[in-house]
Design a protein around this ligand. Structure first.
Ligand code: HEC
Length: 147
């Protein structure tokens, strides 16, 4: 009985190892396209964006070592692709005025609700945590419409 369970466990372990190795060969998009229209913001605000948002909302993502290991790599690449799609500070100058204003409003909402940066990102990037002063600086600047 126990001998049989031991055999099953060995088979399951072998299958998992093979699957883990196999998924490493699935291609993952980890590119940093050129910066075409970086946002102009006061240094204080820019520093906050770079520290807390740029990994997912710019073309200057710092890809950590675990972004090279599936399945973590899939989650990261997905987040970056979706994040850039929603808001890309590296292509900001190409946005229509209306879109910029909409994004300012969304930034305020997301930050106010504590949705951005995401909690799971903060687990690994403690320095991206926004202090009350950081949040206020973002609110003050976005309220001016980026002037
Ligand atoms: C770990 C990646 C990641 C980080 C870091 C991050 N975001 Fe996002 N962000 C996303 C993803 C993915 C989406 C799209 C899905 C969603 O809305 O949750 C998004 C969506 C948004 C949106 C659009 C929301 C809407 O209304 O649809 C705004 C605005 C935003 N983020 C602002 C920020 C700001 C500001 C920061 C930094 C303070 C930040 N994000 C940090 C990944 C990230």
């Amino acid at each position: 009985m126990y001998a049989k369970i031991a055999v099953y466990l060995k088979i399951i372990t072998a299958v998992l190892i093979v699957a883990f190795i196999g998924i490493q060969f699935i291609p993952v998009e980890r590119s940093n396209p050129p910066v075409t229209g970086e946002i102009d913001a006061p240094p204080r605000v820019k520093e906050i964006f770079m520290r807390s948002c740029y990994d997912c909302h710019s073309n200057e993502t710092v890809w950590p070592w675990y972004s090279y290991i599936a399945p973590a790599s899939w989650l990261l690449a997905d987040d970056v692709a979706e994040g850039r799609d929603e808001l890309n500070f590296s292509e900001w100058k190409g946005y229509e005025e209306k879109r910029k204003l909409k994004k300012f409003k969304e930034i305020r909402e997301e930050v106010e609700e504590g949705e951005m940066p995401q909690w799971y990102y903060l687990l690994l990037h403690g320095d991206a945590t926004l202090t009350d002063a950081d949040k206020q600086a973002l609110f003050d600047w976005t309220a001016t419409g980026g002037k």
